[in-house]
Design a protein around this ligand. Structure first.
Ligand SMILES: NC(=O)c1ccc[n+]([C@@H]2O[C@H](COP(=O)([O-])OP(=O)(O)OC[C@H]3O[C@@H](n4cnc5c(N)ncnc54)[C@H](O)[C@@H]3O)[C@@H](O)[C@H]2O)c1
Length: 245
């Protein structure tokens, strides 16, 4: 489905990003694994699928490191067909106590990072390319104790639509994916707290948490020609959590 395509996935060392990187490879893409921690485990999984893969370390909130990520990709793979802006952080907490530094970090990584990676990749992207931004249900509605996170993820939602409007005529599609609660390290404390987990599941019609693969399969669809008439769109994958909003 993605034969001869070159994909970059940020935050691909673990969790949802790792699953996305592996599924893109299973669908025949070559994948650049990027993260601030080692992504070698993901690279090995991809190489087992007989696809090309390398790890390039990059902090997505740093413009120089992001430009290096794109330049190295071009040097080694010759093009960029798919960019998945997945890397992100979640710092929950009472708004009155939220540290300015945590606000800045959240906006700089989640929102500015998505912008910097898109901007740098767009310089090399050609007709047929696809950008997929991982937002959240927290980019659709507001959630208590998550002001910075919701602001950053809501920003990603409209950044996506803005880039879709701007680059549609160049044949470059930009879409967002909005996961609900997915079993990864990011939400392990929430899921470890029985009461919090129960309260959350009570609001989810499918009454369960999601798995990274359930996000990855939607990303593969958005990266492929199967979604050729979709741009500026949002796919919510949350077991129905937001359906009554
Ligand atoms: N897990 C969920 O329930 C959930 C729900 C909605 C949205 N999301 C979003 O999905 C994405 C992936 O989350 P996850 O659950 O796999 O979390 P995770 O914490 O397991 O993975 C995030 C990855 O991003 C990397 N990262 C963090 N800061 C970075 C930076 N500055 N530069 C580059 N890489 C950086 C981390 O090292 C890590 O490998 C995030 O954008 C997250 O906000 C997750």
């Amino acid at each position: 489905m993605l034969k001869n395509k070159v994909a970059i996935v940020t935050g691909a060392a673990r969790g949802i990003g790792q699953s996305i990187a592996v599924e893109l490879a299973r669908n025949k893409a070559d994948v650049i694994v990027s993260d601030i921690i080692s992504g070698q485990a993901t690279v090995k999984k991809i190489q087992k699928l007989k696809r090309k893969s390398i790890f390039i370390k990059a902090d997505i909130s740093d413009k120089k490191q992001v430009e290096n990520l794109m330049q190295q990709t071009i040097k080694k793979f010759g093009k960029i067909d798919i960019l998945v802006n997945n890397a992100g952080i979640f710092v929950p907490g009472d708004t009155k106590k939220l540290k300015e530094d945590d606000w800045d970090k959240t906006i700089n990584i989640n929102l500015k990072g998505t912008f910097l990676c898109s901007q740098a990749a767009l310089k090399y992207m050609k007709k047929g390319a696809s950008i997929i931004n991982i937002s959240s249900v927290a980019g659709i509605g507001g959630y208590s104790q998550a002001a910075a996170y919701c602001a950053s993820k809501g920003g990603i939602r409209l950044l996506t639509k803005s880039l879709a409007a701007e680059y549609g005529s160049s044949g470059i599609r930009v879409n967002s994916v909005h996961p609900g609660i997915i079993e990864t390290l990011m939400v392990k404390d929430i899921l470890a707290d029985k009461k919090q987990k129960q309260n959350m599941l009570a609001k989810i019609p499918l009454a369960r948490t999601g798995k990274p693969i359930e996000i990855a399969e939607a990303v593969v669809f958005l990266a492929s020609d199967s979604s050729s008439y979709m741009t500026g769109a949002e796919i919510i994958i949350d077991g129905g959590w937001t359906c009554s909003l």
